[in-house]
Design a protein around this ligand. Sequence first.
Ligand code: IMP
Length: 430
Amino acid sequence: MSKVDVLLGLQWGDEGKGKVVDVLTPNYDVVARFQGGPNAGHTLEFNGIKHVLHIIPSGVFHPDKKNVIGNGVLIDPVIFEREIEGLWKKEVDATKNLFISKKAHLILPTHRLLDAANEQAKGNEKIGSTLKGIGPAYTDKIARTGLRVGDILEFDFRERFELQKFQHIRIAEMLDFDIDSFRIENMSLQEYEDRWFASLDTLRHFKLINSEYFLNECLANGLNVLAEGAQGSMLDIDFGSYPFVTSSTTVTAGVCSGLGVAPSKIDKVFGITKAYCTRVGSGPFPTELFDNDGDILRNRGNEFGSTTGRPRRCGWIDIPALKYACMLNGVTDLLVTKIDVLNDFETIKMCNKYIIGGKETEEIPFEFNSVEIKPVLNEYPGWQCELQGTPSFDQLPKNALSYLAEIEKAVHTPVKAVSISPDRKDVLFR
Ligand code: IMP
């Protein structure tokens, strides 16, 4: 009997999970996504070509691996079809090695309408949603009114769709939302709906399965499974900076409910953190920089959303948040990405504590959104040289090794790897 290893983000998403999972994939037989949906954008770069995946597991580029979209994931059939077509263009045929849970919920066109209507209704309190319909689709799942992938095979699917659509339109009308002017990627709601139904044919061509049985059988047969998280721990529905969060369980616990594997089957937890911090959308960000240092991080790190293109907010690494995420997830191995983005800095800063109401604390407060948080910043000398081409972890510049050792010491978790450029070959394992 083998076990499930988990790979997930410890910050506000965009930690570079797609790349790390691609590097780790050779060690696994199966890669499975357990939560989130097309709000995610996992970027992989190899042979000089950039690939962005939204809901398809990153193992898809390895023809001998099985890839599973678990029950905890949300699927928009139009975006799914586009992703499949994009892979075709790169001569990757996902029909053979991609398995989809019948229990995964569908994002309806009117979920996207509701996402926009809800955001508009919030005015200045906007969450900064990716507007992919995530919140409304998970709302329907929890309200027990959602439609699932397996339902597309049922004779009354259209009828159930119409019922949901009717309810959604009524809510949007109540919110005074201008439905006639609403566009999804330049399409009217009706045009998107037509496209949505057409794209169900693509979905039907895939292996639609009870993925909980499939995965447990894989484990019983000794196959190694990697669970690939999306977003980040600080966007978790329970533990993130609520309400500025996504609507799923992004921490390790989500693997059990999003794939149907028992907690005792979880082994290693790879936690990914950038060597600094970023966030897209609204919500607290204690170490955010509004000066030239922030611009350097954004430009050098190419910190623009892979799903929405929005510029990301940038700041120094936040140890209280990282410690919190390590605790929630039971991280066994810390993997630090994008350390090369710090190459030019003479001094690098790290937030080890917060000051809230005149008192020092290392904890994330309940009132994370409403209190003023002053980060206590420690300074470390930079290395001021290129890292690309460094042959091994131990041969990193002394100051880079000291910076990593400080992170390790602060969060009581060993750093097992560091990524020094966007290319897949530039991950140094210890
Ligand atoms: P939603 O999940 O699209 O509703 O967005 C809720 C919040 O999570 C917003 O602040 C988004 O910017 C953020 N978010 C959602 N998905 C991602 C992601 O994959 N990376 C980073 N932030 C994300």
